[in-house]
Design a protein around this ligand. Structure first.
Ligand code: ATP
Length: 214
């Protein structure tokens, strides 16, 4: 089975990276593909451009076997719809079963995703509990009928099931990191030093010191 872990990664941080390591081991995945979106359909535009977010992911995952940066959404034109990514991976790239991983925050709005009802035709979904977010209740809007209670139940089918997994809870968000950096504060140990160095070298996430527009 292959893990798919999408996001804005603006910037990538230890919440993402620890999640990738733990899911790879727990679900015995042959690889985890971290897929930065080009243009997120459901949120504000990222503060950095796609190539910079991609570079930060490469810096973070350099030399980590089985954790792969996949740039398919950045190379594709238009908004980054997850259903398009799953169809692309399933039909062109991989023959193994896919598991789509997302945090409870992302899953809470799953019924707003483009063609969300088709997602389970191509993959299982595993929801990762995230600090500060409640576990959802089963409803028609979150695939309630497809929830399973045992991890092993994912192994019997190629797709179509939803499972909840608790991992090490790291209360780190890219938003909080961006805020620290905008305020000129220290963000060390929330993300890899290599990524932080890149951010500093390229003056990313800094508040504009004055209004340049006249
Ligand atoms: P932002 O604060 O800008 O919204 P984020 O930190 O939530 O960013 P994203 O790139 O939006 O990061 O998230 C990508 C995926 O990683 C989502 O499924 C999200 O739920 C999950 N995720 C982000 N941070 C954590 C964390 N600390 N622990 C577990 N999952 C996380």
């Amino acid at each position: 089975m292959i893990g798919i872990y999408g996001g804005t990664f603006d910037p990538v941080h230890y919440g993402h990276l620890r999640t990738a390591v733990e899911i790879k081991a727990l679900f015995k995945l042959s690889e985890v593909r971290l897929i930065p979106c080009a243009r997120p359909p459901h949120r504000d535009a990222p503060m950095t451009d796609a190539e910079q977010r991609l570079t930060m992911l490469h810096l973070a995952l350099d030399g980590q076997p089985g954790l792969i940066v996949d740039d398919c959404e950045i190379r594709r034109k238009g908004p980054s719809y997850t259903i398009d990514t799953l169809v692309h991976l399933k039909t062109l790239v991989v023959s193994e079963a896919l598991i789509l991983f997302m945090g409870t925050d992302a899953f809470a709005g799953i019924d707003k995703w483009y063609q969300w009802q088709r997602l389970l035709d191509y993959a299982h979904i595993v929801v990762i509990t995230r600090p500060g977010y409640q576990m959802p209740r089963p409803t028609q809007e979150n695939f309630g009928a497809h929830w399973v209670s045992e991890r092993a139940q994912l192994e019997t089918d190629q797709a179509g099931k939803v499972y909840f997994q608790t991992l090490t809870q790291l209360d780190i968000s890219a938003t909080a990191i961006r805020t620290l950096l905008q305020q000129g504060q220290d963000a060390r140990f929330l993300l890899p030093d290599k990524v932080l160095n890149f951010i500093q070298q390229h003056h990313l996430y800094q508040a504009t010191p004055f209004n340049l527009e006249k």
